[in-house]
Design a protein around this ligand. Structure first.
Ligand SMILES: Cc1ncc(C[n+]2csc(CCOP(=O)(O)OP(=O)(O)O)c2C)c(N)n1
Length: 323
């Protein structure tokens, strides 16, 4: 890491949080409909992992707005997608859970819990078969590790030594159910141990996430097969905006927020990367302005035409799709 990258990651984390709050506000105002899952509290994980996995393919679940923007998707196009507008990443037809952009090798957003895992395995198989240098990262929640697709994916990836990084965001909840009620242990990396090398990391520490994902990326791309990284994190909001989050105590939430990833990294920017107050404030200002512009752009963009319903239904040739 260097100061420039540290500042970029701080920018993305502040941008991400402001973006999520703006999305929530616009959902409440009726400008966004459908499902909306916010990533507030988990910014260090989303930003640190995606920045570390600079090249290669990323497959994620439905809590993916910040990952998409960290991958280089324009905040305007992401917000417009949430608004269901034609200028959105997926032409306004996918919404929050379907930010899919092959040009950025971002195959994110999957409404099926764990559904991204077999897709990522197939992509890693293609990468290996074609002897390409870059690997694949699949990001999923702790809840996904209880499903059959997860175990099948571990098995195939390990058997064929695929260049696949499994990144588990363990926020300890699947909707309102704590992981201790659905799995025999809190650490989901234990499930992957018989198959591959595993790491655990503090998912509230962006630098730690960046380092461990960078190391895991090197490993999967040097022919050793898949690696599993588990990052412990904390979701501040309810599962989706329609969940009041009433199953968690004030004490539990206070404990989470005491580890706030943005405040923590801001301290590191001062103390370790020697950023001045002015530098930090400029970064924050730029992020807030970007979010304001994104909302304005989404509001002013047109709805898709009715005929668009018939587009993108069948396979169309894409530059980086292997046929
Ligand atoms: C196969 C499948 N089963 C159940 C659901 C309903 N569901 C949606 S989100 C969710 C919780 C998943 O939790 P986790 O994987 O930990 O991800 P998080 O929401 O914490 O990011 C469930 C059970 C679904 N969408 N797909």
């Amino acid at each position: 890491m260097n100061k420039l990258l540290a500042e970029e990651m701080y920018y993305l984390m502040v941008l991400g949080r402001a973006f999520e709050y703006a999305a929530k506000e616009n959902y409440m105002q009726g400008n966004i409909s459908g499902f909306l899952h916010l990533d507030i509290g988990q910014e260090a994980l989303s930003v640190g992992a995606v920045k570390a996995f600079e090249k290669g393919d990323i497959f994620s679940g439905y809590r993916e707005h910040i990952m998409a923007m960290s991958r280089g998707l324009e905040p305007k196009a992401v917000m417009a997608e949430l608004f269901g507008k034609v200028t959105g990443v997926s032409g306004g037809k996918g919404g929050s859970m379907h930010l899919f952009e092959p040009a950025h090798f971002f195959y994110g957003g999957d409404a099926i819990v764990g559904g991204q895992l077999p897709n990522a395995v197939g992509c890693a198989y293609a990468r290996a078969f074609l002897e390409q240098d870059e690997g694949v990262m699949a990001i999923f929640g702790d809840g996904a590790t209880n499903g059959g697709a997860f175990f099948e994916s571990l098995n195939i990836a390990a058997t064929h030594k695929l260049p696949l990084l499994f990144l588990c965001e363990n926020n300890e909840y699947a909707i309102g159910t704590n992981i201790q009620r659905t799995a025999p242990f809190r650490e989901q990396a234990k499930k992957a141990e018989p198959y591959m090398m595993t790491y655990t990391v503090d998912g509230m520490d962006v630098e730690a996430v960046y380092e461990v994902v960078s190391e895991a990326k090197k490993q999967i791309e040097s022919g050793h097969g898949p690696v599993f990284v588990e990052a412990f994190t904390c979701r501040y909001e309810g599962h989706s905006v329609s969940d009041a989050n009433s199953y968690r105590s004030a004490q539990e939430m206070a404990h989470c927020k005491a580890r706030d990833p943005i405040q923590r990294f801001k301290k590191a920017l001062h103390e370790k990367w020697l950023c001045t107050n002015e530098e930090i404030q400029n970064i924050e200002k730029k992020a807030y302005e970007e979010v304001e512009d994104a909302v304005k752009y989404a509001e002013e963009s047109p709805e898709p035409e009715a005929d668009a319903l018939f587009e993108h239904v069948f396979y169309e040739e894409r530059e980086n799709v292997v046929s």
